[in-house]
Design a protein around this ligand. Structure first.
Ligand code: NAD
Length: 298
């Protein structure tokens, strides 16, 4: 497997370090990103740069996509008609879409691949930029079990907790649940920080003790320090979490499941974005609670 050739499309906050970790693990990685300076970072890390998606996947055994949203993945993998990546691949190639997209789109991509003998996995991740850098991501994979087992060495190079959760689309459904939990928890962390501040409590000390009790969470550990420092450099962009909460609310509605708190958090995230914070880290939910409380510093 050490010589497996990987075509990697989408070298942003997550894809950049993931592709670099695949190089470190001994894979031959050819990457493509729409803005070319990000491709140069992969070249500096020992990979090869391609000038198009088609060039990146030429001769690849495994193709990985790490793109923003469902339409981006559809346009790269399917194109308009027969000019997408899937149509270029030899039968037996595996496509692993690691972006967070709609479960129904993941299922249609798997069906399009199956028509050509190309195995398609939906394998979205959790763990953020740091998890991507450290190769400790959680990978929730949907798709055919044999395709998953074959792709496992590649997933092992970017993640630590790797679970096959079910058929095509199941990975994206689990990721939607992940985003529901993260969004809700983050909103409550933001509310707690403003609450503590209003009572004149040292927030750093408060977070330290909260982290050791039942209120402790990975969200609190990883997000509170930057929020306390008012550092909202992404990380995970508000735009992307807004997209994900749209996926969650649509999928919940489709299944007839009530998610009242999730729906409220989706509205709050949308409002934060409408106020011009789309490019900030989702920890910027803090700014909105400050504003709602008449405590905004800027
Ligand atoms: P990002 O915007 O930093 O990266 C996406 C990259 O794709 C960009 O570099 C962009 O130039 C490139 N791109 C867009 N369209 C393209 C195309 N047609 N061809 C080639 N390149 C194209 O986003 P990200 O934070 O890396 O997130 C990627 C995916 O992973 C999203 O679905 C996101 O929801 C998910 N995700 C992100 C995080 C996080 O913490 N950032 C965590 C887990 C999952």
């Amino acid at each position: 497997m050490a010589m497996t050739a990987i075509g990697f499309i989408g070298l942003g906050v997550m894809g950049g370090p993931m592709a670099a970790n695949l190089v470190k693990a001994g894979f031959e990685v050819t990457g493509y990103n729409r803005s070319p300076e990000k491709t140069q970072r992969l070249v500096a890390a020992g990979g090869r740069g391609a000038a198009s998606a088609a060039e990146a996947v030429e001769g690849a055994d495994v193709v990985i996509t790490m793109l923003p949203d469902s339409p981006d993945v559809e346009s790269v993998l399917l194109g308009s008609g027969d000019d997408g990546v899937i149509a270029r691949l030899a039968a037996g190639t595996t496509v692993v879409d690691m972006s967070t997209i709609r479960p129904d789109v993941a299922r249609s991509l798997a069906a399009a691949g199956a028509q050509r003998g190309v195995g398609v996995l939906d394998a979205p991740v959790s763990g953020g930029e740091q998890g991507a850098i450290d190769a400790t991501l959680s990978v929730m994979a949907g798709g055919d079990a044999a395709t998953f087992e074959a792709a496992r060495p590649v997933l092992d190079a970017v993640g630590k907790t790797i679970v096959h959760v079910g058929p095509a689309g199941a990975g994206q459904t689990v990721k939607a649940a992940n985003q529901l939990i993260v969004g809700g928890t983050l909103q409550l962390v933001a509310e707690a920080l403003v609450f503590l501040d209003a009572h004149g409590v040292d927030r750093a000390r408060a977070v330290e003790v909260l982290a050791g009790g039942l209120a402790g969470s990975a969200v609190l550990d990883r997000k509170a320090p930057a929020m306390l420092a008012a550092n909202f450099r992404p990380g995970f962009r508000v735009d992307l979490h807004h997209k994900d909460l749209g996926i969650v609310t649509a999928a919940a509605r489709e299944a007839g499941v009530a998610i009242p708190v999730g729906a409220l958090v989706a509205t709050l995230m949308g409002s934060l974005r409408a106020q011009g914070h789309g490019d900030h880290d989702h920890g910027a939910l803090l700014l909105q609670v400050e504003r709602l409380s008449g405590r905004a510093s800027a």
